[in-house]
Design a protein around this ligand. Structure first.
Ligand SMILES: [Zn+2]
Ligand SMILES: [Zn+2]
Length: 417
């Protein structure tokens, strides 16, 4: 886990700010669900036999009734729970929601991965039309571009994983195919093949990747409903000129996905990095709340986005005030708050170091912060309601009546802008 310091917040804020702009244009509303949920929500919604549930969920017990709780490992199941509990199905459909906040996974330690990490996600609930899948893809792409990633470098991987009606045919085919390779695949995949066969397609093991190359394509096994849906998605993408790569090994790790699944990657120098992804999950509402509500969503790892923004050369600077207030003597020290409040109301940042006494040490702070002007309030100035305005570059000083200082400062700042 890591601390998020001021320099990091500039990236987090920029990511949230850009997401807000584009998602709110498309009528998404912000939602924040609790960090702690009943563990059952995730075991039911995501699936017991997924790595996320088996190994990565932080669990805790409620002392009063021994109920098992979990630190939220992902955002979709809680948003769906909120939708159902809050009766949002009574609103005009679909309901569009987005979130930004910390999530928790007990993952193996690796570079750039944190056990508390931020995710930005969006869900469209209550509509099964293929155009909605494309809407979320289009918005996601726009969001990534707004962060400064170039259109050329972002690419979209897409696949369909069908529905429970047709997926089992494909799973049978997968099992058949892998029978011939049972000695060549890793031990994890041997286990996956028994418990959650689609997950073998997710394996990054070198030997398993070789085996994957000739694996049958799920598109050949889709039922007519799933096939028509996917065909439409691709047609809309073509119409919008959004390039995509059909990826038969893209299955996403969680059980709740149905039909369209997708992932956004960045063309790196050596290998691709995933920025985020999502898909349709038409059965999740039924599994956790007994209500049939088709939905589609996307999620981005904020730390990953930040890392890639830094890689791409995106820089933010922490802003420091151009002005600094120096006070000397008790009367001046007391008056400082009045002056600071005046500047605050005018929205002009003004630095200070009220605990310091000497002119020298205060000027040193001003210099370190890179202040262009320093306001000096001494004993005599405080008595006369005057203040000294010092230009740090030229060293020139002017004596200005206190009631005019805001006006005089504004005049100078406008010039330097
Ligand atoms: Zn199907
Ligand atoms: Zn494997």
């Amino acid at each position: 886990m890591k601390d998020i310091l001021a320099a990091d917040w500039l990236y987090y804020d920029s990511i949230l700010h850009n997401a807000k702009k584009i998602f709110e244009f498309y009528n998404f509303q912000r939602i924040e669900t609790p960090f702690i949920e009943k563990a059952e929500l995730f075991t039911k919604g995501i699936g017991k036999k997924t790595g996320l549930i088996e190994k990565e969920m932080y669990l805790l017990r409620n002392k009063e009734n021994n109920e098992l709780l979990a630190l939220r490992p992902e955002g979709t199941a809680p948003v769906m729970r909120a939708y159902l509990e809050g009766g949002m199905f009574n609103l005009p459909q679909p309901v569009k929601l987005y979130y930004f906040g910390p999530f928790f996974r007990h993952e193996k330690p690796q570079a750039g991965r944190y056990r508390q990490f931020y995710q930005l996600g969006a869900e469209i609930i209550g509509e099964d039309d293929a155009i909605i899948d494309v809407e979320i893809i289009l918005i996601s792409r726009g969001f990534l571009e707004s962060l400064g990633f170039s259109k050329k470098n972002i690419y979209l991987l897409i696949n369909s994983i069908g529905c429970p009606n047709c997926r089992h045919l494909y799973i049978k085919e997968i099992k058949k195919y892998y029978k011939n390779y049972s000695k060549q695949i890793c031990s994890d995949c041997q286990r996956r093949l028994k418990e959650n066969p689609l997950r073998v397609l997710d394996c990054k093991n070198e030997k398993c990747c070789l085996v994957k190359q000739e694996v049958p394509f799920i598109l050949d096994y889709l039922c007519s409903d799933c096939r028509d849906h996917f065909k439409l998605v691709l047609e809309y993408l073509d119409y919008l000129n959004i390039p995509y790569i059909l990826d038969k090994t893209l299955v996403r790790g969680l059980d709740y996905y149905t039909k369209t699944v997708f992932e956004f990657c960045l063309d790196g120098e050596e290998n691709k990095t995933s920025l985020g992804g999502g898909g349709r999950y038409d059965n999740l509402a039924e599994v956790i709340g007994g209500l049939k509500k088709p939905a589609v969503g996307v999620a981005f790892g904020v730390e990953r986005l930040m890392q890639e923004m830094i890689q791409a050369g995106k820089k933010f600077k922490t802003s420091t005030p151009k002005l600094f207030l120096v006070q000397i003597g008790e009367p001046a020290k007391r008056m400082s708050f009045k002056i600071l409040e005046q500047f605050r109301k005018e929205n002009i940042p003004l630095g200070e170091n009220l605990g310091k006494e000497s002119l020298r040490s205060q000027l040193k702070t001003a210099d370190r912060l890179g202040a262009k002007y320093v306001l000096i309030l001494g004993q005599q100035e405080a008595l006369d309601s005057m203040i000294i305005l010092k230009d740090m570059a030229s060293g020139l000083q002017e004596l200005i009546p206190l009631e005019k200082i805001i006006f005089e400062v504004k005049k100078r700042l406008e010039k330097t802008m």
